[in-house]
Design a protein around this ligand. Structure first.
Ligand code: CS2
Ligand code: MG
Length: 407
């Protein structure tokens, strides 16, 4: 089998999905997701200008060899742009391999370890009453786990990921003309309010609901240690990104002071970003995504490595991930012996389903993977022409005195 051509498409309903389609001389094709949120044109250009020309004529069945060829051949290894581009190729090749074998990808990985994989939804509110309504909405749909984010009193327009307009797809992107939106942050107010918020949620919703919370890299190591200690009483499923992920020593203090489960990794691109965190058992959940971490091939190795140190998976599943990478992660989740939970944003608009038709489905807070060969998700080229690229940015965060802080 030989790769004859490959094409990159940018666009989607409310999102600039970057979709790669690889075609072969046997008529089989595969699809992959290279969407790098708010920097979408970069992996698209990397694919078009540098990678696709090298793919033509290669045997798509040699997934490992092709991955090594691009990773080692780049010389400048890792980085989100390159890894998202490699990730899309890798996903598309697994899709082709599954179709050629007439098997879903989870079978190629070793078969299912569970019938369906637990997912968590994003509940948020400008204040606690809105947050509670948002949580109730998910509980009514059968979710057992929710991430909770709430506006902080006296800190107007801030608090990470507050979905003010109920537009699930866009609340972390500011389509604000040519520059990013700016937000204000005050850790003191946040640290004072969060225990009150969580106490109220436990009183209202009881002990059974799994509660997750994302700090989004905003605390100092000392603040995170104090906060983690305080969080223990609320029995969180996890505390995410308490400190900036690139400073891995920051976690030592938190670990010494608290047993709150820690989830980190959405900004990591490879095992080299987290092997020490995993080996030293500084985290409980690894949150890489199959796209930004270079595809199924390296993610599978990372998951296996983590299993030896009792670290579970909790893959990134922000709205920027297209249904293709969600499917790729769905297959890994179905297999992984150390699966924990999957972040899942309800993309399920009819436009999105038309662009990416599939039989995967969500029911009662669980993702059910389809038995279709390959990744089990298609891409409709006729649909994508309806969408054009819209530039967006992540917001920039400043402290109240104007100092730039971590978004
Ligand atoms: C977030 C992300 O889902 C999460 O946990 O931290 O939504 C993050 O803000 C975005 O992926 C950034 O693009
Ligand atoms: Mg996060």
């Amino acid at each position: 089998m030989k790769i004859t051509h490959a094409e990159v498409f940018v666009g989607g309903p409310g999102k600039n999905y970057v979709t790669l389609k690889i075609m072969t001389d046997e008529g089989l094709y595969g699809v992959g997701d290279a969407t790098l949120n708010n920097r979408e044109l970069l992996p698209a250009a990397y694919l078009k200008e540098y990678l696709i020309p090298c793919l033509i004529g290669k045997d798509p069945q040699k997934i490992e060899d092709i991955w090594q060829y691009f990773y080692k051949g780049a010389y400048f290894r890792r980085g989100p742009v390159a890894m998202a581009a490699f990730g899309a190729i890798d996903q598309a090749l697994w899709d082709i391999k599954g179709k050629a074998a007439n098997m879903p990808v989870y079978q190629l990985l070793g078969g299912k370890s569970r019938d369906a994989s637990k997912i968590y939804a994003h509940a948020s509110g400008v204040d606690i009453e809105h947050l509670k309504d948002s949580i109730r909405g998910y509980l009514e749909q059968g979710y057992e786990a929710v991430r909770v984010q709430c506006g902080i009193p006296d800190m107007p327009g801030s608090g990470y990921a507050i979905n003010q307009n109920k537009d699930v797809k866009n609340y972390i992107t500011s389509f604000n003309g040519n520059v990013p939106k700016e937000e204000v942050w005050d850790s003191k107010k946040y640290l004072r309010y969060l225990p009150k918020m969580l106490e109220e949620l436990r009183v209202t919703f009881g002990e059974d609901i799994d509660i997750l919370h994302d700090v989004h890299h905003r605390l100092t190591p000392r603040e995170a240690a104090q906060f983690g200690k305080e969080m223990e009483q609320f029995n969180l499923y996890w505390l995410e990104d308490p400190t900036p992920a690139e400073d891995q020593d920051a976690l030592k203090l938190l670990r010494q002071h608290s047993t709150v489960p820690i989830a980190i990794g959405e900004v990591f691109n490879s095992i080299y970003d987290c092997h020490q965190l995993i080996q030293n058992q500084m985290i409980d959940f690894i949150r890489v995504s199959c796209t930004y971490a270079g595809g199924i091939t390296p993610t599978r190795k990372l998951v296996d490595f983590a299993a030896h140190f009792n670290v579970k998976t909790g893959f990134h599943g922000a709205p920027s991930h297209s249904p293709i990478s969600m499917a790729a992660q769905g297959h890994i989740n179905a297999w992984a012996p150390n699966f924990g939970i999957q972040e899942y944003l309800v993309l399920g608009t009819s436009e999105c389903d038309q662009l990416f038709p599939s039989d995967h489905f969500v029911k009662n807070g669980h993702f059910h993977i389809s038995d279709a060969p390959g990744l089990g998700v298609d891409f409709d080229e006729k649909e994508v022409v309806k969408y054009s690229f819209n530039k967006g940015y992540h917001p920039v965060t400043r402290l109240t005195d104007g100092t730039v802080w971590n978004y």
